[in-house]
Ligand binder design. Sequence first.
Ligand SMILES: Nc1ncnc2c1ncn2[C@@H]1O[C@H](COP(=O)(O)OP(=O)(O)OP(=O)(O)O)[C@@H](O)[C@H]1O
Ligand SMILES: [Mg+2]
Length: 430
Amino acid sequence: MSSNAESSTPSKKRSKWDEDDQEDEALIGRRQLNAKRRVKARSQTSQSTDSTPIRVPTEQTATQQHASNRQPYSFYVPPRTCHPTIQPARSVYCYERLNQIEEGSYGVVFRAKDKETGDIVALKKLKLDEEKHGFPITALREINALMSCRHENVVHIREVVVGDTLTQVFVVMDFIEHDLKSLLTVMPSPFLQSEIKTLMLQLLSAIAHCHSNWILHRDLKTSNLLMNNRGTIKVADFGLARRYGDPVGVGGMTQLVVTLWYRAPEILLGAATYSTAVDMWSVGCIFAELLLKEPLFQAKGEIELLSMIFKLLGPPSPSLWPDYNNLPLSKTISLPSPQPPQFRQRFHHMTTAGINLLMSMLTYDPELRITAEEALQHPYFTESPFPKHPDLFGSFPSAAAGEKRRKPFDSPSAPMRAVNANLLTDNDIA
Ligand SMILES: Nc1ncnc2c1ncn2[C@@H]1O[C@H](COP(=O)(O)OP(=O)(O)OP(=O)(O)O)[C@@H](O)[C@H]1O
Ligand SMILES: [Mg+2]
């Protein structure tokens, strides 16, 4: 492998675990033996030295203390049992590497098997080796956001494990068979309206949950939406997520967020603060992509993207977006002459309610853009065809699991026409 190729890998100090070669079983055996010895030695030392074990106040002792009028801890501090016990991270060697799924900008994702339980999981190795100032904030945000947004439609984080060095940190998640982007490219036909409704309801419910927990995702796109073979979507990749509404961020939120095609116009025009509406714009782009089976705004750059948006929505006017002229980059943009929105022409198969929902997501003014909670109540979801039950979704071979699309059967050809009319039976003629 060339040195260039090596430098494009996430970690210069690759652990034995994420190398292509088969695991060195002898090395693992030695490792486990050493670990056991260390634990044994530690427990022996603690047994010999800890003649007076530290007493953790139990509920009973706390009550007894309270009864004797001594307040053991502040009234406002929750009981100790509410805090998870602090444990060291397990080793990545608890997992057997199966295959690499994908390398993205923030990490490499592997499929692996839990050696203890046999569960198939996904391990995302965080890119840490460029860091000179400790553990990167993006990685902390990703882990924190995943942990604080637990939901049926958010990918489930199981644990964080470590490799041989401090730069080898892996997030362990449930393995999900597909991402929507890859799935849309291999599906022979687009999703049905009833299926799109189910997927949108799941996505909106996950986003409503994140927003109610003060988390902005900031990178919603089809490749970050995973889908299992039971018709359930899981929002993934919280690498750009952050807590919003905290005073630290006021006036200084980065504009380097959201993959270009899914980026809201207020970010494109340099808004210094933005909120949940940026995610809702991306949800609108995803909705359109599900309908069209291809991304809505496939622009090469920001200017081209803005002109595509102006074409679909009609250029912004003070009545549509009163704050437009206050945005830092609005003066540098020359607006095209006014023209009506083109939604109806682009989405001619959609019902009026469907177009209305799409337009409320793709609305210029972030203040007027629909919220995830509001969108969940939209009449589009209660008109026919109704959302399909997830169990009724078809399943597809998972590229991430190395499954291949089954070759279609060599179906028998149609029978030759009977040459001799005498051979036809009565049934053939009837
Ligand atoms: N839990 C998972 N199960 C199965 N596949 C996954 C899982 N998590 C991620 N993937 C796959 O890995 C890809 C990259 O993961 P992710 O988006 O988290 O990494 P990233 O480095 O932030 O990517 P990018 O910058 O390209 O968005 C996903 O698009 C998906 O195909
Ligand atoms: Mg991603």
